[in-house]
Design a protein around this ligand. Structure first.
Ligand code: HSE
Length: 320
């Protein structure tokens, strides 16, 4: 590998909140995900020479999350050379699957490698959070942490950041149904009430603690009982067509639990087996069958691995 070659990194989509863990819990998926390519350039500054896979994303490094993340890392290290970056998106924006987080995580991972790995994976989470700040106005870590670290990741605190990687203590399969409307995280955050009634808070932290216990004990029934959100889901689900029907269908098809993925509109359901997760996919697809709403679905085991370097990128540049 010489200095002129691109380092290529992939970072996966993620499910944030996981019902009862708003802004503090997330897990990684196998797919989809984003690729960021990075290489050094002699001139200072950052250029983004390609953005592919989705329409309308800026290639201005001050506007695109990958440029923001990379700049923060360069500034921290006080380096005089610059970076050329490319973003190849394998997932839609505004989907609730941590699209900006996957780009930010892949950027942090690729840039770190180009610079000779000055940062640990845990430190990369802090830089990737700057991409989230740019994209949604809030530097939450519940997508970027699992996208970088893989498995489940819990954010105990933000000040200072204390992320607890939980890995994959129990096998779980995730069904994602993405009704193809764009829902911006900034909008889905702006509609939330700022106060939480005590009774609802008590239920929520009871469920979150029990979900942690269920994961660590491998207790599927407890995981299922804990996947509830009586605070944010009622406020946000009105933005997602057929959410209640899809959730009911997932539960009837045997899912352990079901909820909004991140800020939506994607819906996630967790199952104990791959076969169950497939049945859940079919049941949820049936809900949307005659709705006229375009749907994308994914079934993925919750993977141990998050962001990684890739030799064989999914994106293939056009031959010139
Ligand atoms: N925790 C964040 C939210 C995730 O729900 O707004 C956004 O992807």
């Amino acid at each position: 590998m010489n200095d002129k070659q691109f380092i290529k990194a992939f970072a996966p989509a993620t499910v944030a909140n996981v019902c009862c863990g708003f802004d503090v819990l997330g897990f990684a998926l196998d797919e989809p995900g984003d690729e960021v390519w990075a290489r050094k350039k002699d001139a200072p500054g950052i250029t983004i020479s390609a953005v592919t896979g989705v329409e309308g994303l800026s290639a201005d490094p001050a506007e695109n999350v990958i440029g923001v993340v990379a700049q923060k890392m360069l500034t921290e290290l006080n380096l005089s050379h610059g970076l050329e970056l490319q973003l190849h998106k394998g997932m839609p924006v505004g989907s609730g699957l941590g699209s900006s987080a996957a780009s930010s995580a892949a950027a942090a991972f690729a840039v770190n490698e180009v610079l000779g790995s000055p940062f640990t994976k845990e430190e990369l989470v802090v830089y990737a959070m700057e991409g989230e700040r740019k994209a949604s106005g809030s530097a939450h870590a519940d997508n970027v942490a699992p996208s970088i670290l893989g498995g489940f990741a819990l954010v105990r605190d933000y000040d200072p950041l204390d992320v607890i990687p939980l890995g994959v203590p129990v096998k779980l399969y995730c069904t994602i149904v993405y009704p193809q409307i764009e829902l911006k995280t900034s909008l889905a955050r702006s509609i939330l009430k700022k106060e939480i009634p005590l009774k609802k808070g008590v239920r929520q932290w009871g469920n979150l603690a029990a979900l942690m216990a269920g994961l660590l004990k491998g207790d599927y029934a407890l995981i299922g009982r804990s996947l509830h959100d009586e605070i944010f889901e009622p406020e946000r689900s009105i933005l997602i067509p057929l959410f209640n029907q899809a959730k009911q269908a997932a539960k009837e098809a045997g899912a352990l639990g079901c909820g909004i993925s991140g800020s939506g509109p994607s819906i996630f359901a967790l199952s104990a087996t791959a076969a169950q997760a497939e049945e859940v996919r079919v049941a949820m697809e049936n809900v949307y069958a005659s709705s006229g709403i375009e749907l994308k679905t994914y079934v993925s085991q919750v993977p141990e691995q998050g962001a990684r370097l890739i030799e064989e990128p999914v994106y293939q540049p056009a031959q010139s």
